[in-house]
Design a protein around this ligand. Structure first.
Ligand SMILES: *Cc1c(COP(=O)(O)O)cnc(C)c1O
Length: 386
């Protein structure tokens, strides 16, 4: 209830500080794809606290930051000339990418009715389907949890507005065969959207020759989230298009604002997170991110080794900083780890214990987690020989 008479600032802040203690410190969090923002992102965010990119004429600095940031993200994604905007995250980016694809298909005289996604697609595509009134077709995965290209092709028809590939799946950290999906998109003349919400700040810094970005000519759009592995402040995602015309399809007239057209899903939107992402990308550079990703991968492999020593195999050999373990009774293991203060999660199909090793993870925490996992497995009687 809003108080009749206002309270002093200190008393309000005291209440909030006490409440804040309920929030989880990231140290023992292995379930989230977000992390502590880099300090430079926090500083930049605070500096641009008041800015509203929904009314860009008033905030030309934020407009310029967004333009430069899209350019940097484009270069990370192998497309120097991309067009796009800073979103609130992967969900908004996915909604808007498919909206743009539908718009384009209609402009070309088609009647789009469906989108084909991998079974491993993020749950945001459920929102996409329900909001845009289209059918979501789910292509099967192979035993490595990558989308099966044959299955995807068998689901495409004249009503298909777009197909989706995932560069860094949420559950298994797998990378779909983007190059083959790109071929498929070119053959069928459909929009290919690549969801790199998580992988966009990981894959460029792995030692991999896998092709995943705009260098594949069939890709029309991509999303990359600075608020995940980009170490920026929340909420910060991005939507990148190969062609300006796709972005144009999202535009509406904005009669009483300082700009004439608006492309974002939200109206009023902060410039602070764009400043945050810009700052951390400038500060870390490719080498900085390569270090961060390198350390996350080192700890991921260390944890995988520890698990193997307990006789537990990963569901797939980790390509990214996501480790999925074939433990017996994963739900019980997750609950037991929770009682010991560890936040982990479970994959759906197959059910595995899922650990995301984010930049806040330390070697100490990883080794403690491994010790506790061993104890938990022994206590559950699934691993006596330890
Ligand atoms: C996290 C994630 C999303 C959703 O992003 P939000 O920022 O939570 O909206 C979409 N796709 C993938 C692959 C993700 O990992």
């Amino acid at each position: 209830m809003i108080p009749e008479k206002g309270e002093g600032i200190e008393s309000v802040m005291l209440e909030l500080s006490k409440l804040h203690e309920l929030d989880t410190d990231y140290t023992r969090v292995f379930s989230s794809m977000c992390t502590r923002p880099h300090p430079v992102a926090v500083r930049a965010h605070l500096l641009y606290m008041e800015s509203n990119l929904g009314d860009p004429g008033l905030f030309p600095a934020s407009v310029e930051i967004e333009r430069r940031l899209i350019g940097m993200l484009g270069s990370l994604a192998g497309g120097e000339e991309v067009r796009g905007y800073i979103t609130t995250g992967g969900t908004e980016s996915n909604i808007q990418a498919i909206r743009a694809a539908l718009h384009m298909a209609r402009m070309q005289g088609a009647t789009p009715t469906n989108v084909v996604v991998p079974e491993s697609a993020h749950f945001s595509f459920e929102k996409v389907a329900s909001m845009l009134g289209i059918e979501l077709r789910r292509a099967k995965l192979d035993e490595q949890m990558r989308v099966d290209v044959g299955s995807m092709e068998s689901l495409i028809d004249e009503g298909t507005a777009a197909i989706v590939g995932i560069a860094g799946t949420t559950e298994f950290g797998q990378i779909d065969p983007i190059e083959q999906l790109s071929q498929l998109a070119l053959e069928w003349g459909v929009h290919l959207h690549v969801d790199a919400a998580f992988g966009g700040f990981v894959i460029p810094f792995l030692h991999t020759s896998m092709r995943w970005n705009f260098e594949c000519k069939g890709i029309s759009s991509m999303c990359i989230d600075p608020h995940k592995m980009g170490m920026s402040t929340i909420p910060c995602g991005s939507l990148l298009f190969r062609q300006e015309t796709l972005l144009d399809g999202l535009g509406v007239d904005t009669p009483y604002l300082t700009s004439k057209r608006q492309y974002s899903l939200t109206g009023t939107r902060t410039g602070a997170t764009a400043a945050g992402a810009y700052a951390v990308m400038r500060h870390l550079g490719r080498r900085g991110y390569a270090r961060v990703v390198g350390e996350c991968m080192r700890l991921t492999r260390m944890l995988a080794e520890e698990a193997r020593d307990m006789g537990i195999e990963p569901a797939i050999e980790p390509l990214m900083n996501v480790l999925t373990l074939r433990v017996p009774e994963p739900r019980e293991v997750e609950r037991a780890l929770m009682r010991r203060g560890w936040y982990t999660s479970i994959t759906r199909q197959p059910e595995c214990l899922r650990l995301v090793i984010m930049p806040h993870a330390t070697e100490r925490a990883v080794l403690q987690l491994a010790d506790d996992l061993k104890d938990v497995l022994v206590a559950l009687g699934v691993s006596q020989s330890l």
